[in-house]
Design a protein around this ligand. Structure first.
Ligand code: NAP
Ligand code: SF4
Length: 667
C-alpha cells in the first residue's frame, strides 16, 4: 500500500503541504490555561513529527463573548499572541505546519455573556443568548479580522474560520436561529453576509496569499437549517472573497443524527464533500468517520476530496502519516470512534485523552522509559489490559511473555466488535497483534497459565478478565437463558421474542445486535436517520425511515431510572435512539420473579407481568476472574492485578488499556 494520492503534496496559498492529511481541530481543554501551553506544544509537536500535513488547533475565541465557556481559550487581545509562540515554534521545529482555528461560539457559549443572531436559546445550552445589535455584528467581523492578524503574528501558517457545527456563523446563516430584520437577516443573501464580510475583512488584513480555511457546514441536519443550494451559493461567494480551501463539518451540535460516532458508517459523508468539490475551484477537505489511510487515500483518488481531516485518528496515533508512508499502515493504532476518552471527557470537563492511546495529551508528562535491565515479565490474559501491558513492557525492552487461554487475543473486545457499528474494534486487535509480532513478544495462545508455569518470571501481571454474572433468578438454568457472551460469540441463536436482563452498555448493545438489519447499506443508514437524499429540504432532513426489526426485544433493568442514562455523554443519545427506531420496549424498575417456558416473569410498579420470550439474554454485568491471582498470592508471589480481574464494576477498555500501560511502564 503506497497511498500515493493521500501522500501527494498540495499548495494552499503561501503554504506547501507535503501531504493531504489534516489534523482536524479538536478541543482538548489544554487550550484554556497558559500553564498547559507546554503540554499542548508537546502534543502538537508529536503529531508534526508523525508527518501530519497540516495541524489545526482547537478553537480560540475572537472575542470574550464568543468564548465556548468561562475561561476558555481566546485570541481576543494582542497580549495573547506570546502565549501561542511555544506552540507554533514546537510544530515548526519538527518541520510541521499549524493553523489557528478562530471561533465565535454564539449561543453555544456556556456563559452568561453569550450572544446570538437572535435571543433564541439552544436546546443544548441552558444559557440564554442576547441578540447582537447591527453594530455589534460589524464588531464581530472586525474581531475575526483582528484575531486572524494575531494568529499570523503568533507564527501560525494559516487560519481556519469555524463555521460549522452550529456556532455563531451558522446561527446567522440558518433561518432556524436568524429572525433578524436588519441587514444581517431576512433573505438568504443577507443571512450569508456575516461570513462573507468576515472572509473579506480577513483577506484584506492578511494580504492575497495567506491561507484562509473556511470550515463549512455541509449539512446542518436541523430543522430550519440551510438548504444545499444556499450552501453552494455561500461557498461560491466565499471563494470569490478569497477563501483558500474549504474544510467541512456535518451537523450542528444540537442535531439528532449521529455524525462521528462508531455507528456512523466509515466515509458516510464523502458523497456530500464530492458535491461541494464539484461546485468550487479551491481545495475541499473531507472529515468525519475517516480513520484509515486506505479510506483517506480512496477519498482523494476518487475525487471526493482534495484533503482529508482526521482529528481523533491522529489523537489515537500521532505517527499515522509516518507509518502510512513507510509501509507500516498495519501498525497504526486506529481510532475506533468511541468518543470515550476524547469528546466524552471534553464535554464532562475531564482531561482529554484517547481510549486506545492513553498517552494522548500527556506526551510531555508521561514518558515511557526504557527498562534499566532486561527482566522477564509474564502477562496472563490477552484482553485489552493484558495486551497493553505486554506491548508496553516489550516496548521498554523487557522480555514479555503473554499467556491466553483462548485461541485468539482480544478478550471482551472480541465480543464488542460483533456489535453492529463497532466493527472498527477489530482494528485495535489488529494493531495489538502486529505490535506483539514486531516487538517479538512470546505469545502463548490456548494456554491456561498455572502458578508453576510462571515460576521463573521476574514480574507477573494478571489480566485474567471477567466472566458474565449469572443473577440468582429462579429458572436461570432454563434452556432459553443465554449470556451476552454466548449470543455475541454466535454460540446461541436467539429466537424472535427476546428479553434482555440488564440495561448497561452491553444490554443496550445486545438489543441493537438483536434488532439491526444486517443488510443495511449506507443509503439505508441515511434513510433510517432521516437524511434527505434529494438535498432539496432545509437542513438536509427528511422523515426518518426506521426498518422493521426481525425480533421483538424487551430490555429490562431493576433501577427505576431511565434506561441508557449511564451511556457515554456524546453517544448515549444515539444508542437510545437506535433502540427507539427498532421498537425495543424499555422496562426500568423491574423485579425479576422467575424464568419459565412462557418467558420472564417480572413485577413492575407492584404489577406482575410476563415478558413472553423465546430467549432470555443475560447482560447483568461481570465478575472478576481471580483464581490465578489468589493462587499466586497464596504461593508467596506478588503479582500485579489489572483490568477487569482487578475491578469488574465499570469495567471498560479505557481503564483497562490505561492501567495495562501504566503498570507495565512502572515495572
Ligand atoms: P454494567 O454497565 O455494569 O451493566 C450491568 C447491568 O446489569 C445493569 O443494567 C444492572 O442494572 C444489571 N445488573 C447488575 N447486577 C444484576 C443482577 N444481580 N441481576 C440482574 N441485573 C443486574 O455492565 P455491562 O453492561 O456488562 O457493561 C460493562 C462495561 O462495558 C460498562 O461499564 C461500560 O463501560 C462498557 N460498555 C459501554 C458501552 C457503551 O457505552 N456503549 C457498551 C458496552 C460496554 P440493574 O442493577 O438496575 O438491574
Ligand atoms: Fe478515537 Fe475513542 Fe481515542 Fe476518541 S477515545 S480518539 S474516539 S479511539
Amino acid at each position: 500500500m503506497s497511498f500515493d494520492h493521500l501522500l501527494s503534496p498540495l499548495r494552499l496559498g503561501t503554504l506547501d503541504l507535503p501531504n493531504r492529511v489534516v489534523m482536524g481541530s479538536m478541543h482538548t481543554g489544554l487550550e484554556d490555561a497558559d500553564d498547559d501551553v507546554p503540554r499542548l506544544a508537546g502534543y502538537f509537536a508529536e503529531r508534526a513529527r508523525g508527518g501530519a500535513g497540516l495541524i489545526i488547533t482547537g478553537a480560540y475565541a475572537v472575542n470574550a463573548e464568543g468564548r465556548l465557556e468561562e475561561g476558555a481559550g481566546d485570541i481576543a487581545t494582542d497580549d495573547r499572541i506570546d502565549a501561542h509562540r511555544p506552540i507554533t515554534d514546537a510544530v515548526h521545529a519538527e518541520g510541521g505546519r499549524i493553523a489557528l482555528q478562530l471561533i465565535h461560539a454564539g449561543r453555544y457559549g456556556r456563559h452568561a455573556a453569550s450572544v446570538g443572531a437572535s435571543s433564541m436559546k439552544s436546546p443544548i445550552n441552558p444559557f440564554q443568548p442576547r441578540a447582537l445589535t447591527t453594530e455589534q455584528v460589524w464588531q464581530v467581523v472586525d474581531d475575526f479580522a483582528a484575531a486572524a492578524v494575531r494568529a499570523r503574528a503568533a507564527g501560525y501558517d494559516a487560519v481556519e474560520i469555524m463555521a460549522s457545527e452550529g456556532y455563531l456563523i451558522n446561527q446567522f446563516l440558518a433561518p432556524r436561529t436568524n429572525d433578524r430584520t436588519d441587514e444581517w437577516g431576512g433573505s438568504a443573501f443577507a443571512r450569508m453576509r456575516l461570513p462573507v464580510e468576515i472572509v473579506r475583512r480577513i483577506r484584506a488584513a492578511l494580504g492575497p496569499d495567506f491561507p484562509i480555511v473556511y470550515r463549512i457546514s455541509l449539512l446542518d441536519l436541523v430543522d430550519g437549517g440551510q438548504t444545499w443550494q444556499e450552501t453552494v451559493e455561500l461557498a461560491q461567494a466565499l471563494q470569490a472573497e478569497g477563501v483558500t480551501a474549504f474544510n467541512t463539518g456535518i451537523g450542528w451540535h444540537e442535531a439528532r443524527i449521529p455524525t462521528i460516532i462508531t455507528q456512523v458508517p466509515r466515509g458516510a459523508w464523502l458523497r456530500y464533500t464530492r458535491l461541494l468539490k464539484a461546485a468550487v475551484d479551491v481545495p475541499v477537505c473531507a472529515s468525519n468517520r475517516i480513520n484509515t489511510p486506505q479510506l483517506a487515500d480512496d477519498a482523494v483518488a476518487n475525487g471526493d476530496a482534495d484533503l482529508v481531516a482526521m482529528a481523533r485518528p491522529l489523537l489515537a496515533d500521532p505517527a499515522f502519516v509516518a507509518k502510512a508512508a513507510s509501509g507500516r499502515a498495519d501498525e497504526i493504532n486506529t481510532c475506533i470512534a468511541c468518543n470515550q476518552a476524547c469528546l466524552d471527557h471534553g464535554f464532562s470537563g475531564l482531561e482529554t485523552s484517547c481510549l486506545v492511546n492513553p498517552r494522548a495529551c500527556r506526551e510531555t508528562v508521561w514518558t515511557i522509559r526504557p527498562a534499566t535491565r532486561r527482566r522477564s515479565v509474564a502477562v496472563v490474559g490477552a484482553g485489552p489490559a493484558g495486551l497493553a501491558a505486554a506491548v508496553t513492557a516489550a516496548e521498554r525492552g523487557l522480555a514479555a511473555t503473554l499467556f491466553e487461554r483462548e485461541q485468539e487475543v482480544g478478550g471482551q473486545f472480541r465480543l464488542a466488535m460483533e456489535v453492529p457499528g463497532k466493527e472498527d474494534f477489530a482494528d485495535t486487535l489488529r494493531y495489538f497483534r502486529r505490535r506483539l509480532e514486531v516487538l517479538d513478544v512470546d505469545v502463548r495462545l490456548s494456554t491456561t497459565a498455572e502458578p508453576a508455569d510462571l515460576e521463573g518470571f521476574d514480574e507477573i501481571v494478571v489480566a485474567t478478565g471477567v466472566r458474565p454474572r449469572l443473577p440468582q433468578i429462579p429458572g436461570i438454568d432454563h434452556t432459553k437463558v443465554a449470556s451476552y457472551a454466548d449470543v455475541l460469540a454466535g454460540r446461541v441463536t436467539p429466537g424472535e421474542r427476546v428479553a434482555v436482563v440488564g440495561a448497561g452498555g452491553i444490554g443496550v448493545d445486545v438489543s441493537h445486535w438483536l434488532t439491526h438489519d444486517p443488510k443495511e447499506d449506507l443509503d439505508g443508514w441515511l434513510a433510517r436517520w432521516g437524511v434527505d437524499p434529494t438535498l432539496t429540504r432545509p437542513g438536509g432532513l427528511t422523515e426518518p425511515r426506521p426498518h422493521d426489526p426481525s425480533r421483538r426485544v424487551t430490555l429490562l433493568q431493576r433501577k427505576a431510572t431511565a434506561i441508557g442514562k449511564g451511556l457515554g455523554k456524546t453517544s448515549g443519545w444515539a444508542h437510545r435512539a437506535v433502540l427507539g427506531q427498532a421498537g425495543v420496549r424499555l422496562v426500568p424498575g423491574a423485579s425479576y420473579e422467575r424464568i419459565d417456558d412462557h418467558g420472564l416473569h417480572v413485577v413492575v410498579d407492584g404489577v406482575s407481568r410476563t415478558i413472553e420470550a423465546d430467549t432470555v439474554v443475560v447482560c447483568a454485568g461481570q465478575e472478576s476472574v481471580r483464581d490465578l491471582y489468589e493462587a499466586l498470592v497464596a504461593a508467596g508471589r506478588t503479582p500485579h492485578l489489572i483490568g477487569g480481574a482487578e475491578l469488574a464494576a465499570e469495567l471498560d477498555a479505557k481503564r483497562a488499556i490505561a492501567q495495562g500501560t501504566s503498570v507495565a511502564a512502572a515495572l
